[in-house]
Design a protein. Sequence first.
Length: 443
Amino acid sequence: KKVLIVGGVAGGASAAARLRRLDEEAEIIMFERDPYISFANCGLPYYIGGSIQDRSKLLVQTPEAMNKRFNIDVRTQSEVVSIDPFNKKVRVQNLELGSYEESYDALILSPGAKPIRPDLPGIQSSRIHTLRNIPDTDKIKSRIQEEATRSAVVIGGGFIGVEMAENLREAGLAVTLIQAGQQLLTAFDAEMASVLAKELEDQGVRLIFSDKVQGFEETAGQVITRLASGMVLQSEIVLLATGVTPDTAFLQDSGLQLGPRGHILVNERMQTNQQDVYAVGDAVQVVDFVNGQTTAIPLAGPANKQGRIAADNVCGLGTTYKGSQGTSIIKAFGLTGAATGSNEKTLQRLNIAHHVIYVHPSSHASYYPGATPISLKLLFDQQGMVLGAQAVGYDGVDKRIDDIATVIRFRGSVTDLTELELAYAPPYSSAKDPVNMAGYAAE
Ligand code: FAD
């Protein structure tokens, strides 16, 4: 059996490793447009900020290691420019070899999503960056290491915008973050996001809300960013983080069904509408596990799981992907915010009847040193089924949201939250854990 994989990072590399485990004989070829495979996208901001010092740590697998360990033919700097599901072939453009065709028995697509670059005047300036991969990271890192680079403007207050604002600040720059909407981090409801926003401000990040970039100009080593309000900002570097769009232009005329925003449509076995073509990761449309709507959730956990499931199905195992619930977490300096399931805005938009409670328990027993409060918001339906949760605090936020994410996965209720028996000793929690407390408050 010959399996081709397009994309060599989260979804693609997971699919490749799983395929090899399931089938020792299969010929597996993985195409990656960039020079690197299997790098730690999620670690890139922290390398720029300096918490990760060693660049080589970002390279989780090299093509050579992947070949040696899994016997996978990894072809970097090889872009798949079109696919032909009718004749079961793809066309590849390689830097040295030029253009050639490769046939397949099964094809797994994991091309990911690319940063949106709005069509604004002056956007071509070499000082305006986006962040997706190692080459982007190298450019940003070398720019901020220049002595003259003192300030940065970050455009967009999503996960990558906030992580980059923090890390550019950590790298010693004066940072201004511009957000078109009224709140940062739309995975959270406004009152929870505002706590994270305050932490950013307390740590010296200047925040500008409800304003939009109109264009840029480059002058004498600086970029001038003009906003709709008339405000003008000057910085040596601009980071654009206004969201991502599926990297699926090469599939336009392939007969593959795409959604309205270019996402590949797949069923629960990650199969596309074309025989033996599978797709996974940021490029696909998924079902929202909580509310059943179609959505797209560009996160690493879902991409890895889907890669594995696609490989299972190539090998006839028939496993299924049951949807994404958007469990996510962000560090804003000392503070952590985490969320899972639907937020209140989404439930309101979809007219789903729900209740909301807030609790503010301590991260661990208050008599043991170092306890800090956690603000926990819980959303549940009329029958008590848990629909979503968000938490912000300095410590222990991750495990509380992970507990609730697990309960949501098993379609559990607020009573289930009260019944969870969780690890407790004073340095870690309380006999009534914050998750139990949320359940009690909700019952
Ligand atoms: P990718 O990992 O993007 O891989 C797709 C690969 O396909 C790319 O390398 C691309 O070059 C290649 N490719 C595309 N088209 C072609 C083609 N035609 N031919 C050949 N190759 C092609 N998620 C989290 O859950 N937590 C985090 O903390 C987090 N932090 C992030 C931080 C940053 C800076 C970024 C950029 C992303 C972060 N993410 C995070 C998101 C996460 O990285 C993605 O959800 C995940 O990588 C998606 O996997 P994928 O396989 O779909 O796409």
